[in-house]
Design a protein around this ligand. Sequence first.
Ligand SMILES: C[C@@H]1O[C@H](OP(=O)(O)OP(=O)(O)OC[C@H]2O[C@@H](n3cnc4c(=O)[nH]c(N)nc43)[C@H](O)[C@@H]2O)[C@@H](O)[C@H](O)[C@@H]1O
Length: 470
Amino acid sequence: HTSNNNNNNTTDGVRFSSNHCQRHLFWEQLPGEATATCPADILPLRGAVYLLYDVNISEGFNLRRDVYIRMAVFVRRLQRRNKRFRNVRLVLPPWPRLYHWHSHGLAQTNLLWRHFFDVESLRRFAPVLDYDEFLAEYRMFGHPAPPFVHVSQVFRLTHYEIMLEQGIFRDKYERVTTPPLPDACNEKSLSGGALLQQPLLRHGRYHCVRFQGSAGLLERLLREAIREDTAGTEDAHDMRVYAVISAETVLHDNWGDEQFWLARRSMRFAPQLSQVAADFRLASLGTTDSTAGVQRPAMWELERHKRDARGGDYLCAHLRRGDFVKSRESTTPTLKAAAQQMKQLLRAFNMTTVFVASDATPYELLELKELFYRFRFVHFTPESKWQRNQLKDGGVAIVDQLICSYAKHFVGTYESTFTYRIYEEREILGFNKASTFNTFCKALGGNCARNAVWPIVWPEDADEDDERFY
Ligand SMILES: C[C@@H]1O[C@H](OP(=O)(O)OP(=O)(O)OC[C@H]2O[C@@H](n3cnc4c(=O)[nH]c(N)nc43)[C@H](O)[C@@H]2O)[C@@H](O)[C@H](O)[C@@H]1O
């Protein structure tokens, strides 16, 4: 683990610590001496634990956002409750090219989170690092031999074959040690996420872990790993790196509670994406935050409970097509049936403009547009090749979500996480529930399945959340 560098090596402009900072010497020195011989920026990182994670390769963007919340809530709590994890960091997995990102000719593999989200805002909820920030921070420790990152243990999560024990769902996990390993656990398999393919990562022990339960259970798993990696008091506070892959296996500690919503509110989109959406709302829908009565404070911490948002004078419909047309045929409307429902809503609310967010093909969009000859049909497409290159497919989808979040009325697709994220955004913005929690039916009229309604929860006592246990 220790570096034998006698020099202050520099690679890519990042300074490596010298042997004065080798771990055994470094942590045992008196604070004064350590300060004198070690870069000041390492001192606050004493005992850092970096938790890398990734999500099953086939999961879409919006489920990944939900997995992030599970992990962020867990890590925030861990940091506050437990001394050994005072310097825990959640490392945000680079976005692989997702299965739904169809556009060719765009550089859309290994995207950083700041491309889509305001990472500073995330950080005010939980200690997170974008992947390049992690690499830079890790290098400050000067070991092992740079530029590689040594992940001491990897946990590939997989479900139990039988979930219930005598009818009861119990939180539990176990490392699978006797062959045959479940197929998903193959060390070479990418299915749990492509994280281990990152060129600079090298990993030590790889475990297949059957896991059932909420994120809080990961604390035990991490403590166990730290115990195994610690020889004695001398390395008890060493920096550690662990990775959890297929992290979607982990459930929320408490879905939809205060912590969930704090994390959710901190997930603000990157300012450049919000700007594109605001410009489009002004140019094509003639609405601004103030005319729509939807003003969001600069920081999510300053948001307060309200239900008076009016929204821009347009209906927004999220109409999921693509794989839903076949795989969810019984609940996904045809274009014609969707148009009928949208027109009915336009008439009911005395509106003339519909904004459609969809993963439909250009041909389907043309077909749909033709069904709206008495109304204004608006759809967002990047205004230039340059803008498409900047936004990429993931950014275009976020702009669509933002535009829908500011509409007077919204209708979404049954069981689409894309729709659910818009519901949440509108809850944060302060719309009334009736304007938000609406679902397309397979056909106009008659009974049909509706999405669940999960209203926002605001903290009752903001101070309580800051309680620290160490
Ligand atoms: C049943 C599951 O549903 C899951 O989809 P679902 O929850 O809708 O939502 P997502 O998991 O986000 O995946 C759908 C992806 O399709 C694109 N997409 C969908 N709707 C729109 C839209 O209105 N505008 C734009 N620009 N793009 C859209 C976008 O890339 C989005 O992340 C799938 O990820 C799973 O593979 C699976 O099929």
